[in-house]
Design a protein around this ligand. Structure first.
Ligand code: HSE
Length: 313
């Protein structure tokens, strides 16, 4: 019997240009999760620290993702799951995705990898469905695979890893308000104007091209959101001011991280990222609002094992 502890990274979904189809993983913030293989055929969440989340398998994103995966396997063992949440639910940096991705990754490792990472994304998406009401993979795919990930198609699922330039850093500033993805999806329009779709497609293509050619100027010109930002930004305190401050301090661009309220910026080099992070954070501090801020290189690994123990029976 084995027990495995994994680091489950935070992620930035949408990345301004690619609503529901583009995401990236970061490094300096994430949950940890320990999954123990047991001899009785039972799936159980035994402990959650750091957040007030349901322990029932069918009510918890990790439980739902694990259950979906185990349904496709003919095994006689069970699993106990312990979750340490460092990513606040409702923060916009993939809290539910970290749990869903972490659990399927850990179980897959304990079973000597019956599934590929891309196959695991499909199971982890079931957790996202519970959390947000929609089957989106732009957090779980980068959480599992690392780096920038494009979901080219959902039906059939087609997941593509995208190059990230080595000097690219992400900054995340999280004002302490909670926005539920399920709520922020409800305010979105069901239809998009053709003129906005043309601009958005062009910028998404520009961003992907810039990522492959290490063209930071092109990345910068392309980081625009014509479809989602005008609606969701209204829910985020001091959004326009924070975005302007990021740009004035040298960010390549910025936008809403996932469904918010976190705001991300992309920067060239760590020095620039630190400067941008401090400036963005200062907007909230100056206005008397609590906020956390992180900066990180793009995390190329995704979920990773930090401890693997064989237990004495
Ligand atoms: N693409 C999803 C959304 C990500 O914006 O609703 C949620 O983190």
């Amino acid at each position: 019997m084995r027990k495995i502890t994994v680091f489950c990274p935070a992620t930035i979904a949408n990345v301004a240009c690619g609503f529901d189809i583009l995401g990236l993983a970061i490094d300096n913030i994430g949950d940890t999760m320990t999954v123990t293989m047991t001899s009785h055929k039972k799936l159980e969440i035994t402990k959650i620290t750091g957040a007030d989340l349901p322990m029932g398998i069918d009510e918890n994103v990790a439980g739902v993702a694990a259950k979906a995966m185990l349904k496709d396997l003919d095994i006689s063992c069970g699993f106990e799951i312990e979750i340490v949440k460092n990513i606040k639910p409702g923060s916009g940096i993939g809290s539910s995705a970290a749990s869903a991705a972490g659990v399927v990754y850990a179980i897959n490792e304990l079973l000597d990898r019956p599934f590929s990472l891309k196959e695991l994304v499909v199971y982890a998406m079931q957790g996202e469905k519970l959390a947000s009401g929609s089957l989106h993979a732009d957090n779980v795919a980068p959480a599992l695979m690392g780096g920038f990930v494009l979901i080219r198609s959902y039906s059939p699922i087609d997941i593509i890893s995208i190059n990230s330039p080595t000097e690219l850093y992400a900054v995340v500033v999280h004002p302490q308000v909670e926005l539920k993805t399920s709520d922020t999806r409800k305010i979105l329009k069901k239809e998009v104007l053709l003129k906005d779709s043309i601009k958005q497609n062009a910028d998404l293509a520009g961003l992907i091209s810039g990522l492959y050619t290490n063209d930071y100027e092109l990345i910068s010109r392309s980081l625009n959101d014509y479809i989602i930002e005008p609606l969701r930004s209204l829910l985020i305190p001091f959004y326009d001011k924070v975005k302007l401050t990021a740009k004035q301090n040298g960010a390549l661009g910025s936008g809403i991280s996932g469904s918010g309220p976190s705001i991300f910026a992309l920067c060239k080099g760590e020095e620039s990222a630190v400067k941008v992070k401090k400036a963005m954070l200062k907007v909230y501090i100056d206005n008397g609002l609590n906020a956390n801020a992180y900066h990180s290189k793009i995390n190329d690994n995704g979920v990773k094992t930090i401890k693997d123990e064989v237990l004495q029976s």
